[in-house]
Design a protein around this ligand. Structure first.
Ligand code: FCB
Length: 466
């Protein structure tokens, strides 16, 4: 490891609380493979992968990192990297095939063993109940725009909760509902690949309702004080200038990306400006009596996933402020920063600004960074080792951004890197590599990259400073 990468670590660590958690995150569909084993039925991602042109290279999740068969080896790997927390997701179609009916003991057994394996290694298991793999039958019945899906999600959540609540202390209901709703139902970029904006807005509400129903039921069934929350992908929306149309474009982006989730979760109502924006686009949140109380069920931890921030303009290239449909223009303007292999700009200050804004707008909500990381084009040496300077520098600057947010008063209790392994990066297939551990997909050999050794070193130094 280069000495530059760990220099500055002492300052960084000094700014973190003593009980700060260090970990790594993954999700079921991105690593497990074994899509037809032990009773698992197809999810919307299996169907989407079979859709010609949907995934780069025609990649599919059938094998992925073969984690389903290599789980103990992967848990040992997490241990070897000095991580104290592992955030993983549970595949709904394994636990409750077809999204309805009784629990499938064979599918649940995998997560039961995973939890035992983690605990045996002294690693804290952090369960995400839904990381996008909706059972296909529920999509056939209407998917997340259908209100009933929220109730199906709560029932499924209780199957997992009842089996693992004796050993798992931290629970996330949904990962990134923005992606499920908007990429899945508005932009057609993720499964199920629909482009129906009004339906996407219905999905937003039903995802939040599902979160509220599951949170309430888990809380009632908790054997002891457990941490229950949700994970959002959020960012800072900067206006391109002080001109009113630019400021308004940033307001709208912040409204649709951050406040439409956090306002109902924390304050018990949707932001009025966002509701008005949606009405202008012919979309409405399908709120029924009692929904907002459920959605605002208290949570113990907010999971924050951060990758990049953007700058917004309300002017098009010709200086016009409305589109042909009469809607206000919104477009992103480059911040002129270096980019990752995803073409995402590297904006660590946007991370600090985001965390500080959440602390200010939603006080009293403890946060954990449940994902942060970057894809770069990795070049392994003859031993499969990747000296990933770019990814390591990304971690350094973003950890410093977290420390700075804490310094400015944000309550941040841990940092989980995305991701343990190179994996199936959704519509980008296997080409985009976010892992701190390289996966050779021909042999399934795992080789920690420089960034993994860096994070290990930081975590260990921090722990030894306690
Ligand atoms: C997040 C997802 C995660 C991964 C990273 C790169 O939006 O939660 O599964 O794809 O992006």
């Amino acid at each position: 490891m280069s000495t530059t990468s760990v220099s500055g670590a002492a300052d960084l660590i000094a700014g973190l609380p003593a009980d700060f958690r260090w970990g790594v995150a993954t999700s079921a569909y991105q690593i497990e493979g074994a899509i037809a084993e032990d009773g698992r039925t197809p999810s919307i991602w299996d169907t989407y992968c079979d859709t010609p042109g949907a995934i780069d290279n025609g990649d599919v999740g059938d094998v992925a990192c073969d984690h389903y068969h290599r789980m103990p080896e992967d848990v040992a790997l997490i241990k070897s990297l000095g991580m104290d927390t592992y955030r993983f997701s549970v595949a709904w179609p394994r636990v409750q095939p077809h999204g309805k009916g009784p629990v499938n003991p064979a599918g649940l057994a995998f997560y039961d063993k995973l939890v035992d394996e983690l605990l045996a290694q002294g690693i804290d298991p952090w369960v995400t109940l839904y990381h996008w793999d909706l059972p296909q039958e529920l999509e056939d019945a209407g998917g997340w725009p259908n209100r009933d899906t929220a109730y199906r999600f709560a029932d499924y959540s209780m199957m997992v909760f009842d089996a693992l609540k004796d050993r798992v202390n931290t629970w996330t209901t949904l990962n990134e509902p923005w992606c499920s709703a908007m990429l899945g139902y508005a932009y057609g970029a993720h499964a199920p690949g629909r482009r129906e904006f009004p339906r996407a807005i219905e999905a937003v509400h039903h995802l939040l309702l599902g979160h509220g129903l599951a949170t309430t039921r888990m809380r009632e069934a908790s054997p002891r004080k457990l941490d229950i929350g949700i994970t959002l992908n959020v960012a800072t929306a900067y206006p391109a200038s002080d001109a009113a149309p630019d400021v308004d474009a940033a307001r709208r982006a912040d409204g649709m990306g951050r406040r439409i989730y956090l306002d109902p979760l924390v304050h018990g109502h949707y932001p009025a400006d966002v509701v008005a924006d949606l009405a202008a686009e012919g979309a409405e949140l399908p709120i029924q009596k009692g929904d907002l109380e459920l959605i605002a069920a208290p949570i113990d931890v907010l999971g924050v996933n951060y990758y990049f921030s953007q700058k917004f303009s309300g002017f098009d290239e010709d200086g016009k402020t409305t589109t042909d449909d009469g809607l206000p223009v919104s477009r992103t303007i480059p911040l002129n920063k270096p980019r990752t292999a995803m073409d995402w700009e590297i904006v660590p200050e946007g991370f600090t600004d985001l965390l500080v804004s959440i602390a200010k707008d939603y006080p009293g909500l403890p946060m954990v960074i449940t994902e942060n990381g970057s894809a770069f084009e990795d070049t392994p040496d003859e031993n499969g080792f990747v000296a990933d300077e770019g990814r390591t520098a990304y971690f350094t600057s973003h950890l410093a951004a977290v420390a700075e947010a804490i310094n400015q008063g944000a309550d941040i209790r841990g940092y989980l890197a995305w991701s343990l392994l190179d994996n199936f990066e959704w519509a980008y297939g296997y080409v985009k590599r976010f892992g701190i551990v390289r996966v050779d997909y021909d042999t399934q050999v795992r080789t920690p990259k420089q960034s993994a050794l860096y994070l290990k070193e930081i975590a260990e130094r921090h722990r030894s400073n306690r």
